[in-house]
Design a protein around this ligand. Structure first.
Ligand code: P6P
Length: 337
C-alpha cells in the first residue's frame, strides 16, 4: 500500500506556511479540485455521450463554443459559488465579470480568473485540454469587489494552477512557495501528490510554436526559430518541434522536460492570442516559481498592468536559457518601437 498524500491533505499541511491563513484559500483550492474532478469525468466519457460538438453559440472570443466549454464553465462557477470563498469570477467564457452574490460569500476575499477549458477545439480529436486559473485577494476594503480588484498585475497573484486532462489528469499549482503536481487516482477519486517541488530544467531541446503563422512573426522570433533549426552539436541543435495546440499541454511538457513555448504577435492576433489574466499570468507565475521565465519579448509577463479582462499579450515562456536566447533575438531584430 503506497503512502500517498492527497491534494486536500497537502493543502491543509501547507496552510501552515501562511501563519495568518484561516483556511479560506485552502477551501478555495479544494473547491477548484472538486470541479476539476467533475469536468474530468465528462471529458473522459465525452466520446460516448452527445456532449461533443458545437452548441451553436460563440463565446466572447467569437470562438465556436463546444458543449464541454459550456459545461466546464458551469461547473467551475457552481463550485466557486457554493464554496463561498470567491467574490468575483472572470472567465474566458463570459464577457462580463461575475459577482458572486450569496450569503456564504458576502465577505469572500478571493477573485478567480479562469479559462475553464483551454484548447477545447482538441476535445473532438482526443488531444489533451486544460483548465487554467489564477487567484487574487481583493484589494478593495469596503462594499462590493469590482473590476479594479480583477485588473491586478500578475505579481499580485496568491495562487495559480492548471489541470491537464490528458493520458492522466493532473493538477499543478503554486501559492508562491514552489510548484507541486498531483495526479488523479480514479480508483479513489483523489488527486495524489506525484510531482513534489517541480523545477523546470534551465534549458531544453524542444521549441513549441504554431509555425503556420511564421510569415507574420516578428523578425526576432523568425531568427530564433531558425536558430533552433540550425545543426550545432555543442548546443544539442537542431531542437525538436512539438505543438499540440493546447497551452496546458505544451507548457506542462516544457515544465517537466524543459523547453520553450511561444505565441507571438501575428497578423490575425496583433497583440498575441493568449489572454493575460487567465492564461499568461497563471502560467508565468507557475513557470517562474519552478525556476523558468515568462516574457512578452520586451517585458516580464507578471509586471504588466491589465487594462481589461480579456486582454491579450504575446508570450515567450519556459526554460530560462531558451527564453533569454529568444529575448536576445527580439532585442536585436525586433527592438521595441
Ligand atoms: P493556434 C487554444 O485555443 C489556445 O488558447 C491555447 O491553448 C493554444 O496554445 C493556442 O490557443 C493555439 O492557438 O492559433 O495555434 O490554434
Amino acid at each position: 500500500m503506497h503512502a500517498f498524500k492527497t491534494l486536500g491533505q497537502f493543502i491543509i499541511q501547507k496552510q501552515a506556511d501562511f501563519p495568518y491563513a484561516k483556511g479560506e484559500l485552502s477551501r478555495l483550492l479544494r473547491d477548484i479540485g472538486i470541479a476539476a474532478k467533475i469536468v474530468n469525468r465528462e471529458i473522459n466519457k465525452a466520446g460516448l455521450v452527445d456532449i461533443l460538438g458545437d452548441v451553436g453559440t460563440t463565446n466572447v472570443q467569437g470562438e465556436q463554443q463546444k458543449k464541454l466549454d459550456v459545461y466546464a464553465n458551469e461547473q467551475f462557477i457552481a463550485a466557486l459559488t457554493t464554496g463561498g470563498e470567491c467574490c468575483i469570477i472572470a472567465t474566458e467564457e463570459e464577457e462580463e465579470i461575475i459577482h458572486i452574490q450569496s450569503p456564504v460569500s458576502g465577505n469572500a476575499k478571493y477573485i478567480v480568473c479562469i479559462d475553464p477549458l483551454d484548447g477545447s477545439s482538441n476535445t473532438d480529436v482526443n488531444v489533451s485540454v486544460g483548465t487554467i486559473f489564477s487567484i487574487y485577494r481583493r484589494k478593495s476594503v469596503e462594499g462590493l469587489a469590482d473590476l479594479k480588484d480583477v485588473l491586478q498585475k500578475g505579481t499580485e497573484q496568491v495562487a495559480a494552477g492548471y489541470i491537464i486532462y490528458g493520458s492522466s489528469t493532473m493538477l499543478v499549482y503554486t501559492t508562491g512557495v514552489g510548484v507541486n503536481g498531483f495526479t488523479l487516482d480514479p480508483s479513489i477519486g483523489e488527486f495524489c501528490l506525484s510531482h513534489p517541488q517541480i523545477k523546470i530544467p534551465t534549458t531544453g531541446i524542444v521549441y513549441s510554436v504554431n509555425e503556420g503563422n511564421y510569415v507574420h512573426f516578428p523578425d526576432g522570433i523568425k531568427k530564433y526559430i531558425k536558430y533552433c533549426q540550425v545543426e550545432d552539436e555543442s548546443t544539442n541543435r537542431p531542437y525538436t518541434s512539438r505543438y499540440i495546440g493546447s497551452m496546458a499541454g505544451d507548457i506542462h511538457r516544457s515544465l517537466i522536460k524543459g523547453g520553450i513555448y511561444m505565441y507571438p504577435t501575428t497578423a490575425s492576433s496583433p497583440n498575441g492570442k493568449l489572454r493575460l489574466l487567465y492564461e499568461c499570468n497563471p502560467m508565468a507565475f507557475i513557470i517562474e516559481q519552478a525556476g523558468g521565465k515568462a516574457t512578452t519579448g520586451y517585458e516580464r509577463i507578471l509586471d504588466i498592468q491589465p487594462d481589461e479582462v480579456h486582454q491579450r499579450v504575446p508570450i515567450i515562456i519556459g526554460s530560462i536559457e531558451m527564453v533569454e536566447k529568444a529575448e536576445a533575438f527580439m532585442k536585436e531584430f525586433s527592438p521595441k518601437a
